[in-house]
Design a protein around this ligand. Sequence first.
Ligand SMILES: Cc1cc2nc3c(=O)[nH]c(=O)nc-3n(C[C@H](O)[C@H](O)[C@H](O)COP(=O)(O)O)c2cc1C
Length: 324
Amino acid sequence: MWKIGDTEIHGQVVLGPMAGITTAAYREFMRPFGIALAYTEMISDCGLIYGNEETFSYLKKGKGDRPLALQLFGGSKETLLQAIEILEQSGAEYDFLDINLGCPVPKVTRAGSGSAWLKRLDELEEMMRAVTEKSSRPVTAKIRLGWDDSSINFHETIKVLEKSNVKMVALHLRTRSALYSGDVDYHVAENLQLQMKIPLVISGDIFTYEKAKEALDITKATAVMVARGALGNPGLIRQINQIIEDKKVDSPVSLKTQIEYMRVFSRLLIEEKGELVAVRQLRGLLPKFLNGYPGMKPYKAMIVNSIVCFKDIEAILEQISKSS
Ligand SMILES: Cc1cc2nc3c(=O)[nH]c(=O)nc-3n(C[C@H](O)[C@H](O)[C@H](O)COP(=O)(O)O)c2cc1C
């Protein structure tokens, strides 16, 4: 057990925020595998201020979907404070307010949001102090190593965040310019947790339970964040929990079980988004559940190219079951 502010967190596997993926349905689907903490997708401060309907849809919460960090992004103190005011009055249910200081997408950084904050630590301190004062929930932050290789400043950024009363930091061990590529080196943050006053969650390339163990051992982080690694492989979360608890680690799940997971997740996403929107997302997500199982190439292609409703998904899953 560890704490963010006064709130107890049980478990050391955190589900990383992913725009377009970590919807209420995805979180609800993933929770039973042993998620200690999950995040919403990133939510635009201006989207909230302008009353954008889609932005507000990101505030939905799934069944059993706690503890939950609501992730906000924005480029100025003023708009972030305005957005927090709206959130506080919206009745949205969340446990922590997370500020995105790591998003590398040019559309976001050009507006001074996401990882662009890593280049303005004075302004960042002023903004975060105001945010932690305004928010009724404990504030957390998600950062990267720095803007680029020549400006790695996560030690300084963490100090600024600690001074600003932030209660937990998640660190993605890449720079803004590395985007999502290149192998992560956990030694960059060796023993980092021991130098910090608040919990550290370590993120980057947690694709296997061995990697999770390595990341925790080297950085001494309080928890590990899983993002891409669990896409189509929810069993990874259970495996990481098992290795952390010194238990026997499960073998990869059978294809039959994966098919059942695909069915459960499809139903949840359709319930949340409606068939049309959900199926569009499922075309990208469902094939990942078939990775690593032999002979699945044609079925993956069928999912990507031909599903338009739940019945089509059912029909393909049926075919896979019969063929295996
Ligand atoms: C498609 C996608 C969307 C993401 N969206 C967000 C986001 O909205 N907010 C955020 O803080 N990080 C976001 N991330 C970063 C992840 O949370 C994570 O830190 C990163 O992918 C590194 O972890 P991994 O190598 O285990 O995937 C996103 C990553 C991906 C791949």
